[in-house]
Write a protein that binds this ligand. Structure first.
Ligand code: PGA
Length: 253
């Protein structure tokens, strides 16, 4: 049986000063010293990347960004490229987060271009998908997930191949920042569906290795139960990733 090392990823969104970032990283680094069976990732705002990188030093904390443009350079005021993220020390990038999709009109087509560009630059993409409350109540969850997967990974469907290091994150929109978590069973149902989809398009080996994170109001008291599900390979944590007293217990789930 394939053992997928769980990944606990903190999505800081537009939060934390430089001073707060440094102190949070120091607390995480100290807390995970002895932990070897879990991977930890933080994704600070762009302006904190270099300071966070420096603070991480040799600690086993990976660094990622929350978004990027698909072009590597050019006249795109306000944008950041994958090349720049690599230079800043990033190994990962979150793409297609629901806040990007709903507040900044990011489409599946744009996410697809970003995923392709990220992989070309050597970054590991964390591709986010998830349904709204209305879609869930309208029994459209699986259709929406399938649509987002087909669109956001369109480039890779052509060749039927995607690096198995690629990470997917199921984040039901109704659970993000609301305090409402999907039940472990609800999340597992969708994760299993996603893994079957991956297997159908990219084969069993990729489906066995690829990590699928759950995101949406993950807290110390629900992390363990969620992570005990067979197809949940970690968490993408927003609010609770900003405070060591919440993030560290989640890492130690
Ligand atoms: P939350 O956010 O943990 O605050 O619900 C999760 C996310 O948006 O990635």
């Amino acid at each position: 049986m394939i053992v997928r090392t769980p990944l606990i990823a903190g999505n800081w969104k537009m939060n934390l000063t430089l001073t707060d970032s440094v102190s949070l990283i120091k607390s995480i680094a100290e807390a995970i010293q002895e932990l070897t069976n879990v991977d930890v990732l933080v994704t600070p705002p762009y302006t904190s990347l270099s300071v966070v990188k420096e603070t991480i030093g040799d600690a086993r904390i990976a660094l990622g960004a929350q978004n990027m443009h698909w072009e590597s350079k050019g006249a795109f005021t306000g944008e950041i490229s994958g090349l720049m993220l690599v230079e800043a020390g990033c190994t990962h990038v979150i793409l297609g987060h629901s806040e990007r999709r709903s507040l900044f009109q990011e489409t599946n087509e744009m996410v697809n271009k970003k995923v392709k560009a990220a992989l070309e630059q050597g970054l590991i993409p964390i591709v986010c998908i998830g349904e709204t409350l209305e879609e869930r109540e309208g029994h459209q969850t699986f259709d929406v997930i399938q649509d987002q997967l087909n669109g956001s990974l369109a480039h890779f469907l052509v060749e039927s191949i995607i690096p198995r290091t690629t990470i997917l994150a199921y984040e039901p929109v109704w659970a993000i920042g609301t305090g409402k978590t999907a039940t472990p069973e609800q999340a597992q149902d969708v994760h299993q569906y996603i893994r079957h989809w991956v297997e159908g398009h990219f084969g069993k080996d990729t489906a066995d290795h690829l990590r699928i994170l759950y995101g949406g109001s993950v807290k110390p008291d629900n992390a363990g139960e969620l992570m005990s599900m067979p197809d949940i390979d970690g968490a993408l944590v927003g609010g609770a990733s900003l405070r060591p007293e919440q993030f560290i217990p989640i890492i130690r789930f």
